[in-house]
Design a protein around this ligand. Sequence first.
Ligand SMILES: *Cc1c(COP(=O)(O)O)cnc(C)c1O
Length: 394
Amino acid sequence: MRLAIAGGSPVRSTFLPYARQSIDEADIEAVNDVLRSDWLTTGPKVEEFEAAFAATVGAEHAVAISSGTAGLHAAAFAAGLGPGHEAVTTPMTFAATANAVLYQGARPVFADVRPDTLNIDPELVEAAITAQTRAILPVDFTGQPADLDEIASLAESHGLIVIEDAAHALGATYHDKPIGSLSHMSVFSTHPAKHITSAEGGVVTTNDPDLARKLRTFRNHGITTSARDRHEKATWLYEMVLLGYNYRLTDVQCALGISQLAKLPTWLMRRRAIAARYSSAISEMPELEGPVVAPNTEPAWHLYTIRLRLERLRAGRTEIFEALRAENIGVNVLYIPVPWHPYYQDLGFRRGNWPEAEGAYERMLSLPMFPAMTEADIDSVLEALAKVIAAYRR
Ligand SMILES: *Cc1c(COP(=O)(O)O)cnc(C)c1O
């Protein structure tokens, strides 16, 4: 069959994105109700969303925030990161993880990933720790939990704070415990591409009341009381005690988040079913490697990332990507190693220091993965993969 990129007809007539939100009438009603209420922001929906989120991930405290990126910034602040400090993180992530370290004037240090899960390698984290290190920022890449026990024990023995970037991992478990309850702070995103959405948004979870207080104050300009506190106490007085930001999540968004959270269990089941179908098909395709699931973990499957066995193919990742896109399959490449970005190059980072992450980047593709995908959508992804691989097989 002629590839669409060579003028043939595409496997699908409509484009299948790599991620997409699911919004139903209950979500729309929840948002409308808030729009008719007195509090569009700093109102009761914020605490309601925080309580529901904390319960979902088994954490003592959840702090709703305007984005996952703002959550990472707030966590870097609460961890006490500042000029002269270092924080160890992974090159295989979205730039926001490392940017949070830069926001605080500290320096990110990239430790390479494990070849199997592409999560940060604890041995390389240990090797990267210096007298200046204050924090470790592991990422649960694709929703596969990182080696959190090993990272926690490194943090314990070196007196470091763990800020887990759990943007991919809402609903994942590690040794039967939910992600969000295990690190000093865990940061989630509620961007529409993620497991649940509040349009933009994020949540930081922690079991430490001091960290929770710092996060809340940082989110609110560094002011210790909210507008609603002052309304209820009939006072104008407030104190700004640290240099914070306006990183609040509105009640409109929190209402959407609450409504979405109720559907998380069903959506996780659907993501797992899609992953199972992909994995069984890919195990029959010798040109492809499926994702590795670490023992004692249950991933949340934000992404389903395959790697090409380039030695069995006559084309590289870019050509395969373009051929699949022409078939209307919204494959994506996540992620460009963070130190490769021009901004990081200008900071002095040089290519070639992270061979596992850099090598994986050259042969990785993420397949469409979102709960509203139908069985026919999955069929079309697998059909297009088989078609494109057959055309480029060596
Ligand atoms: C989505 C994401 C973020 C940022 O979240 P936003 O809510 O978009 O700011 C951070 N880290 C990772 C790994 C992400 O995937």
